[in-house]
Design a protein around this ligand. Structure first.
Ligand code: ADP
Length: 479
């Protein structure tokens, strides 16, 4: 009998209309559990519960909030192996990556537990004699969170933790492919002592319950991470309700490698940034822009490094790259590999489906050479272990190519020159710049977000999260 997992609505674990089966992409015979699939009515009930809980939670004491977030952080880290295993089993990233992501979730709750104790406003003199002006940050109300499948515990954590710390109540709708980590996280927070209705979990289909969340006038702020297409729907629906919203969407992140780069540093940054976590990161570097003096040595070293990587079961300790998340993502990856060939790029390595001991969605990492920045494989987000090498003349052409994209999440450069590093930091059009480190892999306590078509609204994570999860009140008092 597979285990059943229910939605949390108003402090009660409730059945959905039916269930969906959560399977392991490394082995589709391995069923993780049956997860409730909610209806639009369940979503409405969760939003109503969050609305009812808001007056109490928004006035709760800082020690209560701090204690709950701290206890959650402690439990997450004490269960890192078990939760990391669950994460890798449902999403397919390697166990080391899964455990690392769980630790990061714990760090995020720890950080925002601390923020509860640092809430502060400003008191300033008024322009009018005798008056006092108080400037405070106030919670938004019911916050809706819609999360993707590629970071099943980190992304829910970096949205839930600040939402609660600043006094909001929450309804979270996790991605349908990875309800397990979101369920475990909500269970931990619920048992850590959150009052009924402060945090609600509603699992199920985006087009049904996600849409019901978008259409509710009671959701006062909405934080979304996912595809550009759904992000646009969030924007349109939010504009209709004059609701605050925040979007994190795609990337087509460049990693520039110039002639003076340390070859080993460049290869490590590119292999990690392009292919680890199976390339399924919005911060992955899918365009490797390489100047001609180092190009051939770089391609040779990359290919040799890729040959040494083992694609396999995410839970196998020898695996470097786990499976693709599901059949439809695998189909998309293979479609783009075919497109790259048709467009005239050379498949220098990989790109083959692998049949291993267990039925899973295994794909060899694919490296194209001879790509141009105009090809579809260089312009559209693939979201898989597929990267292209684009050969350029010099640094100036590399920078122009890096910036020639509608996206702007991360941009990296490998160089030993301070001149290039500084120039790139200032002129690359992206929200996050990486020098001699992979484009993917960020800290938990500093702002995360992009420019251009990658993101909309204020930054996530760290102290900058307050911008989204609060509004500012200016009060004038004549004592
Ligand atoms: P991906 O391609 O990464 O699955 P999506 O944008 O489809 O990106 O999914 C991201 C999140 O958005 C998921 O939780 C998904 O269920 C949700 N979602 C999908 N369609 C809608 C919709 N119409 N309204 C609200 N949420 C949606």
């Amino acid at each position: 009998m597979t285990e059943q997992f229910r939605n949390l609505i108003g402090g009660e674990w409730r059945e959905g209309a039916n269930t969906s089966t959560n399977v392991n992409p490394s082995n589709t015979d391995d069923v993780i559990g049956q997860y409730a699939r909610a209806t639009a009515e369940d979503m409405a009930a969760a939003i109503a519960a969050a609305k009812a809980a808001f007056p109490g939670w928004s006035r709760s004491g800082i020690m209560e909030r701090h204690g709950i977030l701290r206890r959650a952080s402690d439990e997450i880290v004490s269960r890192k192996e078990e939760l990391g295993r669950l994460l890798s089993r449902e999403e397919g990233k390697t166990l080391a990556e899964g455990v690392g992501e769980v630790v990061r979730a714990a760090q995020i709750f720890d950080f925002f537990a601390g923020e509860c104790l640092r809430l502060a406003g400003e008191t300033v003199p008024s322009a009018r004699p005798g008056l006092r002006v108080d400037i405070t940050r106030e919670p938004m109300g019911v916050v809706g969170l819609i999360t993707p499948w590629n970071f099943p515990i980190a992304i829910p954590s970096w949205k839930i933790a600040p939402a609660l710390a600043y006094g909001n109540t929450v309804v979270i709708k996790p991605a349908e492919l990875v309800p397990g980590c979101a369920w475990a996280l909500v269970d931990i927070l619920h048992r850590a002592g959150l009052p009924a209705g402060v945090l609600n979990l509603v699992m199920g289909k985006g087009s049904v319950i996600g849409q019901a969340m978008l259409d509710s006038p009671d959701v006062k702020a909405l934080s979304f991470t996912g595809s550009v297409a759904t992000g646009r729907r969030v924007a349109e629906a939010s504009a209709k309700h004059l609701r605050k919203f925040q979007l994190e969407m795609g990337g087509k992140n460049p990693m520039v490698v110039v002639d003076d780069a340390d070859l080993n540093v460049a290869v490590e940054a590119c292999v990690n940034g392009a292919f680890f976590s199976t390339g399924q990161r919005c911060t992955a570097s899918s365009r490797l822009i390489v100047t001609e003096g180092i190009h051939d040595r770089f391609v040779e070293a990359m290919t040799a490094r890729l040959k040494g990587l083992k694609v396999g079961d995410a839970l196998d300790p020898g695996t470097h790259i786990g499976p693709v998340v599901d059949q439809s993502q695998l189909d998309q990856d293979e479609r783009y590999i075919a497109i790259g060939r048709e467009e005239g790029a050379t498949l220098a390595f990989g790109g083959e489906r692998l049949n291993l001991a267990t039925p899973g969605f295994y794909l060899q990492p694919a490296l194209f050479t001879g790509a141009t920045n105009q090809m579809r494989i260089s312009r559209e987000e693939i979201f898989g272990p597929v990267a292209s090498v684009i050969r350029v003349r010099d640094y100036d052409e590399a920078l122009a190519t890096a910036n020639d994209t509608e996206f702007g999440l991360t941009a990296g450069i490998c160089t030993t020159s301070l001149k290039y590093a500084e120039h790139f930091r200032r002129n690359a059009e992206a929200g996050m710049i990486m020098v001699n480190v992979p484009t993917a892999g960020v800290d938990f306590h500093v702002p995360f977000g992009g420019s251009k078509g990658s993101s909309y609204g204020s930054r996530e994570q760290g102290r900058y999260a307050a911008e989204f999860y609060t509004h500012v009140k200016t009060a004038y008092t004549l004592p």
